[in-house]
Ligand binder design. Structure first.
Ligand SMILES: [Zn+2]
Length: 418
């Protein structure tokens, strides 16, 4: 790792340093708090992370192991050297008050890894050491796609849809999904962060185990249960329960009901009115966090967009395809036009928490790797569109939200929205 130099390399070095420090930060925080680490393994991981941060700093910036450990509890910005801009991450901490790694920190780690991978590819895999652990989530995601890709396009669609809609599953029923054996290996025990006295709770939107944490208000103990994906938690997947002596806790909704604008209703992922029931952790398995976050979470939007457009465009002669041509795009929509021609829309859906990193990833990859014309973000990420539009324009791409895209397609086909 080199430090800053006064030319175009500067930006790459900044991104590399930020990636490396952030990745080490999150990994160290996991090691510090997760009960799955043995003491020796915990110490080794913390030392490795400390070494990675020092390497990213370059010579001349001291940081003792004690200082490093102390800074893990604070914001990421405290760990950055003066020459790395915090890029809007000033408030980011890796651990929430319960000592769990936050969804935001988790997303940033994956999203910087994605960018790092592209930079590394461009640099021709130079001698820099790649930490397997740092890239584990990213690799899990890539690997699972390559595993399910080998059995033809129709089966790929079935397998990917099954993964998206079965984020957690009774162990005895996993075989019924017909997934390749290797893909089943991406399901693991329900994580300790989601278990209370042997019980867990599926998110009503994504079905993945929700986070359980303790709340203290006055002299009464409460427990809070909410999806790790902040948007699900904010739109209904947020509950409380009273402590129990071991019997199944009963959830009570704690959030406010979200009513989307009328035009966004068809694509809105509703938590529904049903309150999740406690499920025994024993005998259940759930997808690894990286696969859940980058397959299931955006996948629910992809499935919904496909389903809604298919329904809306029925009878117009339009063709709506999901993950076509070996997953070159997420969606391929062909709409006949009044002059006897046809209009084709190629779409990739991107659900990044950090719009700047998505913009940089597009920039580094010089557009979309499958050649999609449209980059579409979920409606709740509408604030990323202006930034993405600027970057996309350089590569003949356009950026918009799911609803705006659907409105445009329907308009082309002469169909009303919503
Ligand atoms: Zn969820």
């Amino acid at each position: 790792m080199t430090t800053a130099s006064a030319n175009g390399e500067h930006e790459v070095n900044q991104v590399e340093a930020l990636t490396e420090i952030h990745s080490a930060f999150v990994m160290a925080c996991e090691a510090l708090t997760s009960p799955s680490y043995a003491p020796r393994q915990r110490a080794e991981t913390l030392m490795e992370c400390h070494g990675r941060v020092l390497a990213a700093y370059g010579p001349g910036i001291p940081l003792t192991f004690g200082e490093f450990r102390a800074k893990l509890r604070g914001p990421l910005v405290d760990l950055l050297p003066p020459w790395v801009a915090p890029e809007g991450l000033e408030d980011l901490t890796a651990l929430d008050p319960d000592g769990y790694v936050t969804g935001d920190a988790f997303d940033l780690k994956w999203e910087t890894d994605e960018l790092q991978r592209i930079i590394r590819k461009l640099q021709g895999f130079n001698s820099r050491r790649v930490s397997v652990q740092a890239l584990e989530d990213h690799l899990a995601q890539e690997e699972i796609f390559s595993i399910i890709k080998g059995r033809g396009e129709a089966q790929y669609r079935i397998d990917r849809s099954n993964l998206i809609s079965h984020a957690a599953q009774p162990r005895t029923e996993i075989g019924e999904l017909g997934l390749p054996m290797k893909a089943i290996g991406f399901y693991t025990e329900i994580s300790y962060e989601s278990v209370y006295h042997g019980w867990w709770f599926p998110c009503p939107v994504c079905r993945w185990p929700m986070k359980v944490s303790k709340l203290r208000s006055g002299d009464r103990d409460h427990h809070k249960v909410s999806c790790f994906y902040p948007r699900h938690a904010e739109t209904g997947a947020s509950y409380q329960f009273r402590p129990t002596a071991g019997e199944a806790p009963v959830l009570h909704p704690s959030g406010v009901e979200t009513v989307p604008p009328q035009r966004e209703v068809p694509l809105f992922l509703d938590a529904g009115g049903d309150i999740p029931q406690a499920v025994r952790a024993e005998g259940h398995i759930a997808l690894k966090r990286g696969v859940w976050r980058y397959t299931c979470v955006p996948g629910l939007h992809e499935l919904r967009l496909h389903e809604v457009l298919t329904r809306k465009l029925a009878g117009t002669g339009a063709e709506v395809r999901l993950w076509p041509m070996q997953d070159a795009f997420d969606h391929l929509v062909t709409v006949p036009t009044s002059d006897g021609g046809k209009h084709t829309f190629t779409v990739d859906l991107k659900d990044y928490s950090h719009g700047r990193l998505l913009a940089r990833t597009i920039h580094r990859a010089e557009g979309d790797k499958g050649g999609a014309e449209w980059l579409v973000v979920p409606d709740h990420r509408a604030n990323q569109v202006p930034l993405l539009t600027g970057v996309c324009a350089e590569y003949d791409m356009k950026a918009t939200t799911m609803t705006e895209f659907s409105e445009m397609v329907c308009r082309t086909a002469g169909v009303d929205w919503p």
